[in-house]
Design a protein around this ligand. Structure first.
Ligand code: SF4
Ligand code: SF4
Ligand code: SF4
Length: 767
């Protein structure tokens, strides 16, 4: 860039981020554009190479095509299969980032309209570093809701440029598309943070507190004798308006309300009377039960046939956001009583874009129609009778994406045995294809529901950001390795066995890792009780500390998890974060033993979240259906570049140690996941004591879940004798001797500082 042009751009950026406010000097990358962090990305991608598993090797994105990209063929525009896959990954990340940023922008406008742009961002006394992502990426310290608009405008601009890069005949390098995807992932975390800062400040969500209320979880949590309003989606503008309306009109205890997906989690942060039904995989089941009197949709993760499904069971429906209007009439400006009359008498469904009006209509309609509706599960006897209609034709099994033996399960129900159908239900994604296909109209969903658990579990309401005091307490043990790691379970979690996540939480909480959850993963992990009838939220404290289980909140609350990693670098290690993205990411990659898990469906939002974690140096494990994840970032342990800067000698040294081994990795089973998580928490900066603790868990999990013996790559992580866990000393020594292992030269506090321009002195990281 021309010097003149560059200084003009910087002038503009400095004005926007109020660079004259001297809370910290501005680092080298304020409001980074597409290419500003490219060197960092390329350094990551050099070690963690993209691995593609194409769903489809044709491209039909433009009318030159469709083009066959198999066997080194190129498309009419010249693109090859790797670049095409990377382009699709970028598109997925852009969709995910747009969803979170769109949500943030909507809620911000809503709250600014309500309270004005000068409303202060307030996360309570425990949180001084309120916006680690915005501070690090933009170089700005937001103080008011109005300040957050700057972050939204910055993301919009970058998203537009990124989206334009996927046009036919443009970027020709898969690595550059990956760099752009990493950029989109980073923006995603900024967008999520904006949504959280606005929501916490505008709705007075709990913050600066660890033990938030426990709320009811499960589809039997509703009191079915009362009118029931169900929220589906991710945006709390309307659900909080419903709670307000109920409070103001004296109906707060007379109407039940709750939701599916993140709006449920958001509403539970606003009112502990809200019920959390479950994740997306339970949506169709619950809607078809007819238990909801009124369904209110907002945005994301809503079934696109929701209007038809609601109509079939007589639930009223209101669409409350422009993003999902279903072809319905917009009644925003219609008289409230007229809408209610049309919904009750004529069964009409409407769009109502004014949250307050939508809330009033929903409550009035629910009160009117609830007494006339049957809202019960079918009985065991009824299920047995209905199951007798099955002719065992097998058509349902042919269309099931998971090839479940549904016919067998149904025929056993007819004989009074519900076990097989219950097992199928526990793994079912709730797509509804089986029931749609059945030529005898067997109500498979109703029968499954009869067999399914009617348990009511507990979930801890999302607590928002990690407090600065907590960061100070755990900073040293995490970076030295004596807290063996932070395990973050995020994403939709809809199709693994629903017990998997609770088991992962238990395993790692007992081992004194810090376990953090968000979104639907937080719900699914709560859907299990131990022998004493306790869920993980009742068993473990909600602090950000060893052996604790933290639910941060909905999907957008993921920004607090990555934000905590930044805060460790900033608050504990005292590294300046302002516009210093590479320094933060470098520190996190080398020192903060955190790993993310997206167990189950990998939506576009999950792709953006995971890719944002990766740019910040946090590895992510996906699974359990390996073929579905399109792109991984994998190293080849013994061949790749594991050089780092020895900060004391100020020399680049080759550690030969693959830590963390991968940035996105796939596991096929829960057992493999357990072992992999322990391994991916290993960092080059572990002290001998910390490394011995981490290896102790790696070995013991390997023995527990992989059938005994020692991990075959163990020697790569033992640097010197002091790293060997005491309890396995003899066995490990014998193994190391057998392969001719030699101790490695000690490396002084390694980081990658120095591989990019930075104003932060290398000495600053020696703490
Ligand atoms: S974008 Fe390229 S590869 Fe795809 S259809 Fe068009 S010409 Fe073919
Ligand atoms: S609803 Fe469940 S059982 Fe039926 S087809 Fe879908 S995954 Fe299979
Ligand atoms: S499609 Fe219907 S009739 Fe055929 S096996 Fe499945 S449940 Fe039975």
């Amino acid at each position: 860039m021309e010097l003149k042009e560059l200084s003009k751009r910087l002038e503009e950026v400095y004005r926007k981020i109020k660079a004259e406010l001297n809370w910290e000097p501005v680092g080298p990358t304020p409001m980074p554009e597409l290419s500003d962090l490219r060197n960092w990305d390329m350094r990551l991608l050099k070690t963690y190479k993209p691995f593609y598993a194409p769903f489809c090797d044709m491209c039909c994105i433009c009318t030159f095509g469709k083009c066959d990209l198999t066997e080194h063929r190129r498309g009419a525009c010249g693109i090859d299969i790797a670049t095409q896959q990377a382009r699709l990954v970028l598109l997925a990340c852009l969709i995910g980032c747009s969803c979170h940023t769109g949500h943030a922008a909507h809620i911000l406008d809503y709250l600014i309209e309500k309270y004005g742009p000068d409303k202060k961002i307030d996360l309570g006394e425990g949180v001084a570093v309120e916006a680690p992502h915005i501070r690090t990426v933009l170089g700005m310290k937001p103080e008011t809701l109005g300040d957050l608009k700057v972050a939204i405008e910055y993301i919009y601009k970058e998203l537009t440029h990124l989206l334009s890069s996927v046009h036919t005949g443009q970027e020709g390098s898969y690595l550059d598309y990956e760099s752009k995807a990493l950029h989109a992932g980073m923006l995603d975390h900024v967008g999520m943070e904006v949504a959280e800062l606005a929501q916490i400040s505008g709705f007075n969500y709990p913050t600066s507190v660890a033990e938030t209320p426990l709320v009811d979880l499960g589809w039997n949590a509703f009191d079915k004798t009362k009118p029931i309003i169900l929220f589906i989606g991710h945006n709390p503008a309307t659900s909080t308006a419903v709670v307000d309306y109920l409070r103001e009109s004296g109906l707060y205890d007379k109407v039940e309300f709750g939701g599916i997906c993140c709006t449920a989690l958001e509403t539970a942060r606003y009112s502990d009377r809200a019920k959390v039904v479950g994740p997306l995989s339970r949506q169709l089941f619950f809607v078809r039960s007819g238990i909801a009197d009124v369904i209110m949709t907002d945005e994301q993760c809503i079934r696109t046939d929701i209007t038809q499904e609601a109509a079939k069971v007589g639930s009223a429906l209101i669409a409350t956001l422009e993003k999902a209007m279903y072809g319905l009439e917009d009644a925003t400006n219609m008289d409230t009583d007229e809408i209610v009359r049309k919904m009750v008498d004529e069964k009409k469904q409407f769009v109502i874009l004014n949250p307050r009006k939508a809330a009033e209509v929903a409550v009035k309609v629910a009160m009117e129609i609830a007494p006339k509706r049957r809202k019960e599960w079918i009985t065991e006897e009824e299920a047995k009778e209905l199951a007798k209609k099955c002719s065992l034709c097998g058509l349902c099994e042919q269309v099931c994406p998971n090839l479940f033996n549904i016919g067998k399960g149904i025929s056993e129900v007819a004989k009074g045995n519900f076990d097989t159908i219950r097992d199928i239900f526990n793994l079912c994604i709730g797509c509804g294809k089986c029931e749609e296909e059945c030529p005898r109209n067997v109500p498979i969903f109703k029968i499954m529901q009869q067999a399914a658990s009617k348990e009511v579990w507990k979930i801890r309401a999302g607590r928002g950001p990690i407090m600065d005091t907590e960061i100070r307490n755990v900073g040293a043990p995490i970076t030295l390795g004596t807290i063996p790691g932070v395990i973050a379970l995020v994403g939709c979690s809809s199709y693994p066995d629903h017990r998997d996540l609770a088991e992962v939480v238990e395993e790692f909480a007992k081992r004194k890792y810090i376990v953090v959850l968000s979104g639907c993963a937080g719900m699914v992990a709560g859907m299990w009780k131990d022998a004493d009838g306790k869920t993980i939220y009742e068993k473990y404290p909600g602090n950000f500390d060893a052996g604790c289980v933290v639910n941060v909140g909905s999907c957008v609350a993921n920004s607090h998890i990555t934000g905590a990693a930044i805060k460790i670098a900033n608050i504990f290690a005292a590294l300046p974060l302002r516009a210093n993205y590479e320094v933060m990411a470098d520190y996190v990659l080398n020192r903060v033993g955190a790993v993310g898990v997206a167990w189950g469906p990998y939506s576009q939002k999950a792709a953006a979240i995971a890719t944002g974690c990766n740019r910040l140096g946090i590895p992510v494990v996906v699974g359990p259906i390996a073929s579905k994840y399109r792109r991984l970032y994998l190293s080849r342990k013994e061949e790749d570049d594991w050089r780092v800067m020895d900060a004391r000698k100020k020399q680049i040294v080759d550690t030969g140690e693959p830590s963390p081994e991968h940035l996105i990795y796939v596991c096929e089973t829960k057992e493999k996941l357990m072992v992999t998580l322990a391994k991916l928490c290993i960092r080059k900066n572990d002290t001998p004591q910390g490394r011995a603790i981490k290896l102790n868990h790696y070995i013991s999990l390997y023995k527990k879940y992989m059938g005994g013996g020692l991990p075959e790559d163990l020697h790569l992580y033992v640097r010197r004798d002091a790293d060997i866990p005491l309890v396995y000393k003899k066995e490990v020594k014998a193994y190391l001797d057998s392969i001719g292992w030699k101790p490695k030269e000690p490396v002084g506090l390694p980081t990658w500082i120095g591989t990019y321009p930075t104003k932060v002195p290398v000495d600053a990281v020696i703490r």
